[in-house]
Ligand binder design. Structure first.
Ligand SMILES: [Zn+2]
Ligand SMILES: [Zn+2]
Length: 499
């Protein structure tokens, strides 16, 4: 069952309802047809989910659940709370320890290719539900548990929320020997982690089960939430959240990893918390205000103090601006996944940075002197860094979108290994596409590539990785059969995997 997260808001131009899939950068209003750029990338953006369960039904459900337990109770006070959860998504690049005896090649044809963001629907193909795992993870954090499940443990609501793309899990490439010290295997997956952002000890154990409907995220608006209930304060900082998300459920065989295209957001989820008196004692009943399920029948009343802690007042949300060049007003191409844009009129380059577009400079490599014209130019970050004893090693890190992350990783490694020599073209050039990895992603991919070239995780403590500069450079690729061939190493990128 697919249940992608949909962001529901209004068109800033005409006010009509405007829904788009989480993670999309360019959208078009169905009503007035205006094309908009979604800003706020790399900021911690806040959303909320509206409750579906009203106060009367919430109380009735709580009483019924108690009755089924054979207990009578008296309702003292029902209250709606919006409890915050962090959500991290991104593309996980992993170097894993090879275990040749286990890594039998798997028939890849049964798995779909992996558009990193294009089919978000597949993200939620798992029947076990998104927020069920949210709760479970919150519970595990409460207990201080931070362990991945045992191999073979069934993937159910009690499993941690690692990699919500089970369809990608089985994909494994053949082990690639990369050094004498050992073998590392590349693996990629789509990361999606959700976990509670406040400290609720004594929470208990429960799961929410399958959620049949699409979850709609609305942009956080304090005044709207406060008319409905109370906003629970965040106690886990976003840095600590990122740290936790990166550390959690990292299997033993992972030697090194980087998460590119990271997006961390905050989602406020509604729960009814009903204070009851039972056998002379006050207890709390928790209900999921979306699925209407009873989450906890017997929680300690002390939890309410934590829920009632004041919440900080600031929260950023996505913004919109016209999908046009800030310099000349020309329309940008409508490419929902791109974060780098190039104007076909004034040929300037831009990247989404917070609520604005900031200009990026670029260079163009001259075609190789083999007499053949380029079929297509692709944007690649050339990042110069001081690594090991080399004062100016150049990394070549693809900035373009491609379905098979493995091949992007391979291209980065092969080009960086080759350290190609080329000249910069002075000819006029009109960029023909955008990109989906920014400079920060390039720096992460450079570390990942360095680990691959070394055949071991980099010891960044002892040998810091000093980035000197990063320049987006367009390189000429040549069509060869069904592939696009990189002019320096001859590596082919199948054309059908471009998006
Ligand atoms: Zn509109
Ligand atoms: Zn322009």
């Amino acid at each position: 069952m697919n249940s992608p997260l949909i962001v529901s808001t209004e068109c800033p131009t005409c006010g009509a309802p405007l829904d788009f899939t989480e993670g999309t950068c360019a959208i078009q209003c169905d009503h007035c047809r205006s094309r908009l750029l979604v800003t706020g990338r790399k900021q911690l953006l806040s959303y909320f989910i509206s409750p579906k369960l009203d106060i009367h039904r919430a109380v009735a459900r709580a009483l019924l659940a108690q009755k089924e337990e054979g207990v009578e109770c008296r309702v003292l006070e029902p209250r709606l709370y919006f409890i915050p959860y962090y959500r991290l998504t991104g593309h996980d690049f992993l170097w894993e320890r090879s275990s040749p005896t286990k890594d039998e090649p798997i028939d890849l044809s049964v798995f779909p290719p992996d558009p990193p963001q294009a089919d978000l629907a597949a993200t939620f193909r798992s029947a076990s539900d998104f927020f069920g795992r949210l709760w479970e993870t919150g519970r595990k954090i409460d207990r201080g548990e931070d362990e991945p499940p045992e191999p073979g443990e069934p993937r159910n609501a009690a499993a941690p929320i690692e990699g919500n793309r089970p369809v990608l899990e089985p994909r494994r490439e053949r082990p690639e020997p990369v050094s004498e010290e050992g073998e590392m295997t590349f693996r990629d997956r789509y990361v999606e982690k959700n976990f509670i952002a406040c400290d609720l000890k004594g929470w208990g154990s429960y799961s929410l089960g399958v959620r049949p409907a699409v979850l709609r995220l609305e942009l956080f608006r304090r005044e709207i939430l406060e008319t409905q209930g109370r906003i629970v304060g965040v106690t886990l900082s976003s840095d600590a959240a990122l740290d936790l998300a990166m550390r959690k459920a990292e299997p033993e065989q992972v030697l090194y990893r980087q998460v590119l295209g990271r997006v961390l957001s905050l989602i406020y989820f509604p729960f009814w918390v009903i204070r009851v008196e039972r056998k002379g004692e006050e207890r709390l009943i928790f209900l999921d205000a979306v699925s209407e399920r009873v989450i906890h029948l017997d929680a300690p009343v002390s939890l309410q103090q934590i829920l009632d802690r004041p919440a900080a007042s600031d929260a950023a949300t996505v913004g919109f601006r016209p999908l046009t060049c800030p310099n000349c007003g020309w329309d940008f191409p409508f490419t929902p996944e791109d974060i780098l844009f190039f104007c076909a009129s004034c040929v300037k380059g831009w990247q989404i940075r917070g609520s604005a577009l900031s200009e990026i400079n670029y260079e163009v490599a001259a075609p190789l002197p083999n007499g053949r014209a380029a079929s297509r130019y692709l944007p690649i970050w050339v990042l110069q860094a001081e690594v090991d004893r080399n004062p100016s090693f150049r990394f070549f890190l693809p900035a373009f979108r491609y379905r098979r992350l493995k091949l992007l990783g391979d291209l980065a490694q092969q080009l960086s290994k080759a350290q190609p020599v080329y000249t910069i073209s002075a000819e006029s050039f009109v960029p023909s596409q955008g990109g989906c990895y920014d400079q920060e992603d390039a720096a992460l991919l450079a570390r990942f590539t360095w680990a691959g070239l070394q055949g071991k995780p980099p010891d960044l403590e002892e040998k810091p990785f000093l980035i000197q500069r990063a320049t987006l450079t367009w390189f000429p690729f040549q069509a060869e059969g069904n592939g696009l061939r990189d002019p320096f190493t001859g590596m082919d990128l199948p054309q059908n995997l471009f998006v």
